[in-house]
Structure formats: structure tokens, C-alpha cells
Design a binder for this molecule. Structure first.
Ligand SMILES: Cc1cc2nc3c(=O)[nH]c(=O)nc-3n(C[C@H](O)[C@H](O)[C@H](O)COP(=O)(O)OP(=O)(O)OC[C@H]3O[C@@H](n4cnc5c(N)ncnc54)[C@H](O)[C@@H]3O)c2cc1C
Length: 435
């Protein structure tokens, strides 16, 4: 009797794995998907904003039954010091379009729904199954996997590694390096439950409208980091993340930062009276374009966070994960439908398609940005937010001091904190990285 062989095995049932498995199964390929969690989504953490276009390209009618929370109509960017925030708010009725562009989601529910679609498309999905190693033939080609369920190899023509940022299989197999502490952030997140109408009143929202707050400043205590607050239907997702290397060198704890963010006078009233039901911590790949590893080889491809495909500057990850998963599935289907072998040469099609997509184009555009923010973190996340707050107070307080003196005080504060040349150099480098 010969062992059952699959056209493709997908490791992981997150955004990228589900996209890859659905794309191949819906085209008639024989797909096995393996997920170590109790159910898809049980291990996954996201803010979470989900971008509709990327899911629409996989499941065009997803709005009919996907568990979507709210569609954001307002985005607030806050630069915070310890007692204030300086904000830029953008709100538009245009976001109330018939097919909204973004939704907040709860990954535990969303991943379950996505996985149901994968099964309906014909894939076999096994949860509570950890892939323990990749199996190779004598020439080093990946020919399948071993799991903690069965000792024997499960064979497949190709294996898609969608194991997320902390997946160990690719690194253990020598296909990519372990993410470095300076290229990954550690984020912590809580879910605060409040009645739907309270959320609506506090944020000025009607129906399924949502509000997003993203904040940087002294809340990350000089480290490169970002805090967020997203409204769901009956809950608020709130969290903060900083580079692992910064946590290691400052010995700050993520939990302490989150507590301070929640106590901040700008945040506390928004979550007052809420009940906290969930606490989660997860890594985020932040190395950008330069951290992308080898993406394909003989019998394997890597997608999503496992491939460091995450746009930290725009806080996008799930859309890059879904798109890389879809493109991997399409490339594999293309090779499969021509009865080609899943060699490195043939699977290079995945990289060509990915290079032509927004995924690599966007990461390439900001290739210097992560390094810039990381090396100048104290200026960007401590000095400037404090100075801007001070400038705002000097502008707004009326106490008989002549305006000219107020302006001089503001200029002097800036120069004292950071020399003219220091500021010019920061602005030029920021503009250069943003170009
Ligand atoms: C706090 C936080 C906030 C975020 N906010 C946003 C946001 O608002 N918008 C956005 O677009 N992105 C956001 N992201 C990023 C986004 O969550 C990721 O980019 C996305 O989840 C990556 O999907 P993935 O499928 O590659 O990996 P994951 O979703 O991590 O899935 C990997 C899966 O593989 C499974 N797995 C791992 N190893 C094995 C194994 N050996 N065997 C079997 N299964 C295995 C895991 O259990 C998991 O289910 C956020 C991330 C964090 C941490």
C-alpha cells in the first residue's frame, strides 16, 4: 500500500495559510492544512484591522457571512506625552461606502470562519497537529512533513510554510534565520468589553461605524513603539508594542507600558467601566524589506509573517499575509496545472509574482524607514512629542506673557533639546526614508 500523498501541505491556519490553502483547494488541488492550535485563530493575535480588498481577491462575497465588527470612519493619530496628546483626526462619510475598505475583526472568530471556507473548498484541515519537521529526499528537496500525531512522513509535492513570525520549522530546517531582536516587536493586547451603545456614544459612531486610534510618544519610554485602540462592536482592542531589542536593553516590561497607556488621561475615559476579558502577547516582524528571507526552494515556499512580510510603517500585516498566501497558491497551481515538478526553478514564479505585487513594492519603498526610526527612537518617541506638547501649551495658554516671548520660549526649548542641525538632520533623514 502506498502512503497518501497531497498536492500541497500548508503549515498554519492564520491569514497567510488560509489564503494559500483556499486558493489551491478551490482550484481543485488536494490540500492538507495542519494547525497546532485547538482551532484556527486560537493562537493568533492581531489589532485588528482587516483590509477588504485583499480578502475580496480570495473570497469576493466574504461580506455575506464573515464575522466583521465595525468599518472605521475615523482615524486618530496621537503624539503623546505623559499628560497630553497632540492629535490629527481624519473622519470621512466616504468610509460609509457600500463595500467598506477596512473592518475591525476578532481573529479567533475570523480565522474560524476563514478555515470553514477552506474546508468547504475541499481542503483537509487538521487542528491540534504540530508539524515537528520538514522531510527531505536525499537531494535536499522538501517532500513532506512529520507531525506530533503520526511518526511517518506525510508526503506532498510542495509544502507552504505559513507558520507565522515565531514559527521554528523554517529556521530549524536552515531555510531562513531566526528573527533578530532588532527586527521584531513584542506587542501586548487587551480586549475591553462595553455595551455597543456606550462605544457608539464615546466615539461618536452610528451603527457599524468604527474609530481607530494609533499613538506614539512617551508612552513607549523612548523605545521604538506604537500603541493602538480599535473599536469593535461590543469591545475595544487596546495594545502597545516595542522592539524586542529595546525591551531587552531598557528592561521595561510590555505589561507596565500597557498599564500606563490605559491610565493616560486621554485613554482612561474611553475604556472607563469596561470589563477586560482577554490578554494576549505576540511578536510582529518589523525588519522590512531587508529582513525578507529566501522565499522559495525545492519543494517549499514561505508566506506571511514567517517571511517577514509586514509593513510596520503602515501597520499592515494581515493583508500582506493574505496576498502572499494567495499568490503562493496561484503560483503552485500554475506549476501543478502544467504538470511541472515543484522545483526551486519552477517555484521562482512565486517571487516574480510577489515582486510585482504591492507587498514587495511597499516594503521596498520604506526599506530605510525601520532602521531610521530604530536608531533615532529617543528623538522620535520622547523628545519631539514632549516638545510639540510644550509648543501647543505655549500657543494656547493666555497669562499675560507677550506672544513674542512665548514663541522665543518654544524655539529655545527645541534648540535646548535638540540642536538646530540635529533637528534638520532628523527631518531630512525622515523625508529621505519616506520618499
Ligand atoms: C498586536 C498585533 C496587532 C496587529 N494588528 C494588525 C492590524 O491591525 N492589521 C494588520 O493587517 N495586521 C496586524 N498585525 C499583524 C498580523 O496579525 C499578522 O501579519 C498576520 O496575523 C500574519 O498572518 P500569518 O498567517 O502569516 O501568521 P499567523 O496569523 O501568526 O498564523 C500562523 C499560524 O501557524 C500556526 N503554526 C505555527 N507553527 C506551527 C507548526 N509547527 N505546526 C502547525 N501549525 C503551526 C500557528 O498556530 C498560527 O495559527 C498585528 C499583529 C499583532 C501581534
Amino acid at each position: 500500500m502506498t502512503a497518501e500523498k497531497f498536492d500541497a501541505i500548508v503549515i498554519g491556519a492564520g491569514m497567510s495559510g488560509n489564503a494559500a490553502a483556499y486558493t489551491m483547494a478551490s482550484r481543485g488541488m488536494k490540500v492538507l492544512q495542519l494547525e497546532r492550535g485547538e482551532y484556527p485563530g486560537s493562537k493568533n493575535v492581531q489589532g485588528a484591522i482587516m483590509y477588504a480588498d485583499m480578502l475580496e481577491k480570495i473570497i469576493p462575497d466574504f461580506r455575506e457571512d464573515a464575522p466583521l465588527e465595525r468599518h472605521p470612519v475615523e482615524q486618530r493619530f496621537w503624539m503623546m506625552d505623559n499628560t497630553s496628546h497632540t492629535g490629527m483626526h481624519y473622519r470621512s462619510g466616504d468610509f460609509n461606502e457600500a463595500k467598506p475598505n477596512r473592518y475591525t475583526i476578532i481573529r479567533a472568530q475570523f480565522d474560524k470562519w476563514f478555515s470553514r471556507k477552506v474546508r468547504e473548498a475541499g481542503a483537509t484541515v487538521l487542528c491540534e497537529t504540530t508539524v515537528t519537521e520538514l522531510a527531505h529526499d536525499t537531494r535536499g528537496k522538501v517532500i513532506g512533513v512529520r507531525t506530533d500525531r503520526v511518526g511517518d512522513i506525510i508526503f506532498a509535492d510542495v509544502v507552504v510554510l505559513a507558520e507565522g513570525v515565531s514559527g521554528l520549522l523554517g529556521t530549524r530546517a536552515g531555510l531562513r534565520e531566526m528573527p533578530k531582536p532588532e527586527t521584531v516587536a513584542l506587542a501586548v493586547k487587551e480586549m475591553h468589553f462595553l455595551p455597543e451603545e456606550v462605544i457608539g456614544e464615546r466615539f461618536g459612531l452610528k451603527g457599524n461605524e468604527g474609530c481607530v486610534i494609533e499613538a506614539a510618544g512617551t508612552i513607549s519610554r523612548g523605545m521604538t513603539g506604537l500603541a493602538f485602540l480599535y473599536t469593535n462592536r461590543e469591545s475595544i482592542s487596546l495594545g502597545i508594542g516595542c522592539l524586542v531589542s529595546d525591551f531587552a536593553s531598557t528592561m521595561e516590561s510590555p505589561y507596565t507600558l500597557l498599564e500606563a497607556f490605559k491610565r493616560h488621561p486621554s485613554v482612561r475615559p474611553l475604556i472607563a467601566g469596561s470589563e477586560v476579558k482577554e490578554y494576549a502577547a505576540h511578536l510582529i516582524p518589523e525588519g522590512g524589506y531587508k529582513a525578507i528571507p529566501q522565499l522559495f526552494g525545492d519543494g517549499w515556499l514561505v508566506v506571511g509573517d514567517a517571511a517577514q512580510l509586514n509593513n510596520a510603517v503602515h501597520r499592515e500585516g494581515s493583508n500582506l499575509a493574505m496576498t502572499s498566501g494567495r499568490i503562493a497558491g496561484e503560483a503552485i497551481f500554475h506549476v501543478n496545472s502544467r504538470r511541472g515538478p515543484m522545483t526551486k526553478e519552477n517555484l521562482a514564479l512565486y517571487k516574480t509574482m510577489l515582486d510585482n505585487s504591492f507587498v514587495v513594492k511597499d516594503l521596498k519603498k520604506y526599506k530605510d524607514m525601520p532602521a531610521l526610526l530604530h536608531t533615532n527612537s529617543c528623538n522620535f518617541f520622547m523628545t519631539y512629542p514632549q516638545l510639540i506638547s510644550q509648543a501647543a501649551q505655549n500657543f494656547l495658554r493666555v497669562d499675560g506673557t507677550p506672544k513674542i516671548e512665548m514663541e522665543k520660549a518654544t524655539t529655545a526649548a527645541f534648540i535646548k533639546a535638540r540642536s538646530r542641525w540635529g533637528m534638520v538632520s532628523d527631518v531630512v533623514r525622515l523625508a529621505f526614508a519616506w520618499r
